[in-house]
Design a protein around this ligand. Structure first.
Ligand code: SF4
Ligand code: SF4
Length: 86
């Protein structure tokens, strides 16, 4: 079935661990439980599909340590293993 919904959505959630102090604010404010924690308490992406790109986590982060790339953003995504590597 083709996706025809125009719901706001995130293409990526970038967490900059060097800037992050694991305060948990972003996780607490996320209304869609898109963020979870790793064993050290740092935020991780728990479910990118549920993220609505509401930006609450970005707005509440005191350390500018989290970034939402919206589906409409034209920022180049970091290439992973699709980049010609075998
Ligand atoms: S943009 Fe909104 S829904 Fe997505 S991770 Fe941040 S708070 Fe959660
Ligand atoms: S609010 Fe910012 S500093 Fe706090 S856990 Fe989230 S990303 Fe890290």
């Amino acid at each position: 079935m083709a996706e025809t919904l125009h719901k706001r959505k995130a293409k990526a959630i970038n967490i900059y661990r060097k800037a992050c102090k694991a305060c948990g604010i972003c996780i607490a404010f996320c209304p869609s439980k898109s963020l979870g924690t790793d064993e050290l308490g740092y935020p991780v992406v728990a479910n990118l599909d549920t993220c609505t790109a509401c930006n609450l986590c970005v707005d509440r982060c005191p350390d500018l340590a989290i970034e939402i790339i919206k589906e409409t953003d034209n920022k180049p995504e970091k290439k992973g293993d699709e980049d010609g590597k075998k």
